[in-house]
Write a protein that binds this ligand. Sequence first.
Ligand SMILES: [Fe+2]
Length: 351
Amino acid sequence: MKKRFYIKDCPDRKAVHAWIAETLDTDKYAKTMKPSKEGVLFEFKDSQLDIDALKDSIEDAFVKYGWHGFLNIYQGKFARSSNYGGLSLVTNPTYRYDNIPSNAQTLGYPRNNIPDELFMKNFSLFEKIMEKRLDKDLWSETQEFGMHHGFKYLHQHGIIDDKMLSELLDTYEDRKDVGERINKDTYPDTWGFRNWSECSGHGYLGTLRDRIKSSPVRSRIAQIKGIDDKATQENANKYLWHRDESWFYELRINLALDNPENAYGIEIEDYGTKSFTPGNWYVWDTYVTHRPYVAKPMPGHKRTNYVLAVSPWFDWNEEDQCWEQNEFYGEKHPVDMVIDGDVIDGLSLVE
Ligand SMILES: [Fe+2]
């Protein structure tokens, strides 16, 4: 019997996918199931794509719907990046923040209660947090309990020593801007972004969209631009390390659209870098730390990716406002779904 999960039943404290996964113990598959083919990064050719038509429609869409910089995630304020941004392919109709345009909902959110310059001054802190995979937990803890609690959390987990803890506590006044942990209908609610946005159907984008069989979740057009000099390049690479959800919940298929001078690619922890072939799609477990990578300053150039994220094992039912378990649940690895054409038509694995 396929199970259904009505979003009205999800408590405010939970992101919908986390609530469903906990209820079903989906993690037992996420921890043990392996793709049928070995590898970290899976590359696919696309027999149906008209890459120039897609690039034209994306440029058109920026004119019509705007280009929205990523919200600077290490600041408490709404500062948008001028180097990294784009458009949101999906929207959450019940998103809690109504000051975010619906075509920009998946372009980041500011972390609450974290001092603006903490990581700028202490980059090694950020590295240690990523190494120990404490990032998501830290953002949630500081959001719910405030800045000083966050410092103590870093101390408890061996990221900072006694001396640094007392320095931080002395330097920064405690801040508790939110005081409540709400995940449903906020940025971390990956499956909250359950409807295609208007811009996702613009021109050739709509033709590409028609080939997608799985339900879309947090997806975007992501562009990197203005990497004009060495300092900007180094800074961009440094701060773009991050993790997304595991591919069992948020299966990302990244379509690379341009790569002049082999300057653009992806870097994955314990794997290395891979330079993109324009027109090919790339899949890896986005729960592993990774970053978009720019190999050298690229004045006058832009790098555009169509970042499709889908929910592999649950389908969205708009009429009944629920997520429905599908036939792949617990049966087929998300990567194998891409290989077999269950997610999008026209892709073939590069072996
Ligand atoms: Fe990512």
